[in-house]
Every structure is written in structure tokens, then in C-alpha cells.
Design a protein around this ligand. Structure first.
Ligand SMILES: [Cu+2]
Length: 175
């Protein structure tokens, strides 16, 4: 009987964990050093502007297929709808990389006007950086990815959530 009860409890815990995993993009743990490099997240509520930096190939995490050391959706950046979002995409190399806001895994172009580095399929050469600014016009849970072929499937993407109100924020997400 006791073993049975423990088994049931364990099954319930697993069910809860599975549910949590399905919620996809829900806020994780606030990133304590979001305003520090490499992310350098800064925002101005009055001007409704937010900016941050994504360093492609920041370190050896995920074999270099990362932004600021994050990959596979384990970083979530939130920005309010209608704010002006500026992303600096800095390629620490050695491969070409790009930064693009896309709708989902299947998307191959920017979701919002201007929400991409130029020629994202080719990417920025090693050592180069580029900034772009866009204004998200709808809420939802999206992605920032590298569109150089093969890189997003390799895990080179993070979560970008457009929220209806509130402040810009960054979270680490357990995947
Ligand atoms: Cu890439």
C-alpha cells in the first residue's frame, strides 16, 4: 500500500512537470545580470524603447551555436507591444551568424518589419556586428534565431515574447 501511494505521488509529480513543459515560453527565472554584458538590456519606459545585444557564438555552449551563451530556447526576452526594440547582433565567430525575430520554428523570414540583420541566410561574417530596430505589433511567443542554414535546427534560437503591457525583462528558462 505504501509503495503504491509513493508511486501515485511520483506519477502526479511527473504529470505536473509535463504540464509545465507544455506551457512553452512562460517566464522562468529573472536574469540577475540582464543589464550587464553580454545582454546589456536597457530600457526607457517613457520613450518606450528597449535595446539589448545578442552575441552570436559568445562561448562554447552548444558548440558555439548560441546567443550570449544561450541556446535551444533557454533564454527568454520579453518586450511590450508597440515599443521600439533595438537589437545589436554581434558575431564573435568563427562562423557566419544572423539575428532574426521569427514567428516559429518553421519561419524563414522576419515576423516584424525590420526585425532582422541584412541577408540573414548568409549571416554576418566573423567579427562583425549590426543593429536593427523594429516595433512589434502583436503579442505572442516568438523566437530570435540565426537563419544561416542549419543553425536554428542546431539550437541557435532564444525565446522572444511580446507582452501586452509591463516592462522589458529577461529570464532563463529550463528546457
Ligand atoms: Cu548562426
Amino acid at each position: 500500500m505504501r509503495l503504491g501511494a509513493v508511486g501515485a505521488a511520483a506519477a502526479a509529480l511527473i504529470a505536473v512537470a509535463a504540464c509545465g513543459g507544455d506551457s512553452g515560453g512562460s517566464a522562468g527565472t529573472p536574469l540577475a545580470d540582464a543589464s550587464s554584458p553580454p545582454l546589456s538590456l536597457t530600457s526607457d519606459a517613457g520613450a518606450k524603447t528597449v535595446s539589448f545585444t545578442l552575441v552570436a557564438g559568445y562561448n562554447v555552449a552548444n558548440s558555439g551555436f548560441n546567443f550570449d551563451g544561450y541556446a535551444g530556447g533557454n533564454l527568454e526576452i520579453d518586450a511590450p507591444q508597440g515599443w521600439s526594440v533595438t537589437i545589436t547582433c554581434s558575431n564573435k565567430g568563427p562562423l557566419n551568424h544572423s539575428c532574426v525575430v521569427v514567428a516559429d520554428e518553421a519561419a524563414s523570414q522576419a515576423l516584424f518589419t525590420g526585425a532582422t540583420t541584412q541577408n540573414p541566410g548568409a549571416g554576418l561574417p566573423a567579427g562583425q556586428q549590426a543593429s536593427f530596430t523594429f516595433k512589434p505589433d502583436r503579442t505572442g511567443t516568438f523566437r530570435i534565431v540565426c537563419l544561416v542554414p542549419g543553425h536554428e535546427p542546431e539550437g541557435m534560437w532564444i525565446v522572444f515574447k511580446v507582452v501586452g503591457s509591463g516592462s522589458p525583462a529577461a529570464y532563463t528558462v529550463t528546457t
